[in-house]
Design a protein. Structure first.
Length: 169
């Protein structure tokens, strides 16, 4: 097999990879109403097999992804890096302002994300970065050349982020 032009892949579809959360997004100089979804997550990982004929250990990847999903579960997802959303912490609450909307949430019910907007695409980006970071800590990303995370916000509506995996030489 020519390993320069071919690769293997593994895929983990929804099942346990899901979370329920509330969010809003900003677009066109306005802020949506706060609303919730039953999000589902799909992961595809491409690369070369190791000596055990594995691209990445399914069980480990699934366990890490489940942990990330649980951090988002039953939370209000807030975009901490937004120019359009102001988040202030006072008295164990987050006071959130965006355009004409004003919200106050108990801090323990929120998850501040390092994103500019809490869209499905940016949730996929966040989950992908967290997953890749954890796989690297476990020394389990060595065979990966690309990882893709998709987040389903509504039936058949997926936000997708695809990352080429760089390796130190």
């Amino acid at each position: 097999m020519n390993h320069l032009t071919s690769s293997f892949a593994v895929s983990v579809d929804p099942g346990d990879l899901r979370f329920n959360a509330a969010h809003f997004i900003t677009s066109n100089n306005s802020c949506e109403n706060l609303h919730g979804h039953n999000f589902h997550v799909r992961i595809n990982a491409c690369g070369q097999n190791d000596r055990d004929a594995l691209v990445v250990d399914f069980v480990m990847m699934n366990r890490i992804a489940e942990t990330i999903c649980m951090q988002l579960h039953d939370k209000v997802l807030l975009p901490a890096d937004s120019d359009e959303v102001v988040i202030e912490e006072r008295d164990d609450c987050y006071h959130v302002h965006s355009y004409a909307k004003h919200y106050m949430f108990p801090a323990e019910n929120c998850c501040l994300l390092p994103v500019s907007n809490a869209t499905a695409e940016m949730l996929a980006w966040h989950i992908c970065n967290q997953l890749l970071e954890a796989l690297r800590r476990e020394n389990a990303a060595n065979n990966l050349s690309e990882i893709e995370v998709a987040v389903e916000e509504a039936d058949r509506q997926w936000g997708i982020f695809r990352q080429q995996v760089a390796h130190d030489v």
